[in-house]
Design a protein around this ligand. Structure first.
Ligand SMILES: [Zn+2]
Length: 453
């Protein structure tokens, strides 16, 4: 097959044989690998060009290269954190792992395979990394591709690990010890209004937590508890961490739910948003509210937009306005492709450039995006419909759609943020205290970040 890339992308001809179809799939795989290599090359050149431009403009040395990862992320439609990883990998491939890069460019090795090699050699000296690059990825004397090309990902990882240990055992051991610094807890949505709570822990701690939960399950089952082992372990985890225990204990955890007034009153089934989780069915949200002590105030007075028009003369957004922005933006960064938690309330158009401290001109950004936006040549402004328009130094324009379309399909005028002290127990019929305030003033001061029920 000698088709051009355009011909390949147009798809196989009608009536192509099975063999030709397999060839087509295989050739396209090569094109993908080559494309990833060329993207890496372009990323490194963009980084170099940006640094030159910034240096000429007098940007201090420690700030050179700022914003490049975010531009790559926007262009590749991934999060800025991922953009930074891709740029880091690109630099390593082009400067430290020439054989790996050549395999990619020849269409024989994917970006993910290259990432594994870069990761497994990260703790080594440049010299040792080059040895592994050569040993695993150099073509044979007859030009034959190396064995790594046909290895599974696990095999590839093991091959690189083995070489790394052989070359520099001390560094590998030191890296394992260092990894403890990365311990953390994470949360991500699971189907059916469930959520995964994960923890990356040193082995001894992880095993100890699991053993403690296992012990609790065994004890409960010995005492005749009818819950399954998994249910007891999950309940014990929640009880011990939150301090909630027993059916009648006062719930102490705050969960922020955003739903329309219609959905709250059961007149509509528009999905609600649980901050830190995502959309949930209105019925679920109503049940959660029924089961809890609720305090709800109307955020927007009708007609639409009283709050949107709310402005502050000061540069710093008042706590209440900042809290509103965070809720409006769903607790996540407004940058396209970025899922990082929203940590800063930022002026789209800078205050110094006449940007107002208003809901329309404010956006919730993660730390990385907030910093990238301050780099030389970046601009942003509010769009007419609640969107935020970002213009990168190269003149590329990215529009972040208004949050209402990100969370609730329609009727942003009726957004009602509620605070709910929820219990994990099955909902019991109980009167629901809901108060509405006529005031357009924002209802709540900053309070702890959310934890899903
Ligand atoms: Zn971000």
């Amino acid at each position: 097959m000698n088709e051009t890339v355009d011909q390949l992308l147009a798809g196989p001809p009608l009536g192509a044989s099975e063999s030709e179809l397999v060839d087509w799939i295989s050739r396209l795989e090569e094109v993908k690998c080559t494309a990833e290599a060329v993207q890496a090359e372009a990323a490194v050149r963009l980084d170099e060009a940006t640094r030159v431009r910034q240096a000429e403009a007098g940007v201090p040395a420690r700030k050179l290269g700022e914003g490049v990862a975010s531009q790559i992320a926007l262009a590749r439609r991934v999060s800025p954190a991922k953009g930074a990883k891709l740029l880091g990998l690109a630099k390593i491939l082009l400067t430290e792992m020439p054989h790996t890069f050549a395999l990619m460019k020849a269409g024989l090795f994917s970006q993910w395979q290259a990432t594994i090699l870069a990761r497994e050699t990260a703790c080594l000296s440049l010299e040792d990394r080059r040895v592994i690059d050569f040993q695993l990825c150099a073509l044979g004397s007859d030009g034959e591709p190396p064995a790594v090309v046909t290895m599974g990902l696990r095999q590839l990882e093991n091959a690189a690990k083995k070489l790394a240990i052989t070359l520099d055992q001390e560094s590998v051991v030191a890296r394992a010890a260092n990894a403890e610094k990365d311990r953390r807890v994470s949360i991500r949505p699971a189907p059916d209004t469930m959520t995964w709570l994960g923890a990356l822990l040193p082995v001894k701690d992880g095993v100890a937590v699991y053993a403690a939960l296992d012990q609790a399950a065994k004890a409960a089952q010995a005492a005749g508890d009818e819950r399954t082992r998994g249910q007891v372990m999950a309940d014990t985890l929640v009880d011990r961490i939150t301090g909630r225990d027993g059916v009648d204990a006062k719930p102490r955890i705050e969960v922020k739910i955003v739903m329309t007034a219609e959905a709250l009153a059961a007149d509509s089934d528009q999905p609600a948003m649980v901050e830190g989780y995502g959309p949930v069915p209105a019925t679920w949200a109503r049940e959660a509210l029924t089961d809890a002590e609720v305090f709800v105030r109307r955020l927007f007075a009708d007609p639409a937009g009283q709050l949107v028009a709310m402005e502050s003369r000061s540069r710093k957004a008042p706590d209440s306005l900042a809290e509103f922005i965070k809720t409006r933006d769903g607790g996540i960064c407004r940058t396209n492709g970025c899922d990082a938690p929203n940590r800063n309330v930022d002026h789209a158009q800078r205050h110094a450039d006449g940007g107002t401290t208003s809901a329309q001109n404010l956006q919730g950004l993660c730390e990385r995006c907030n910093q990238a936006k301050e780099a030389l040549g970046w601009q942003a402004r509010p769009g007419p419909d609640g969107s935020i328009i970002t213009i990168t130094p190269t003149g590329h324009i990215y529009t972040s759609p208004p949050p209402a379309t990100r969370h609730l399909a329609t009727r942003p005028t009726a957004l009602v943020p509620g605070r709910v002290h929820a219990s994990r127990r099955t909902p019991r019929p109980r009167s629901c205290r809901v108060r509405f305030s006529a005031s357009a003033a924002l209802p709540y001061a900053a309070h702890p970040r959310t934890l899903a029920v």
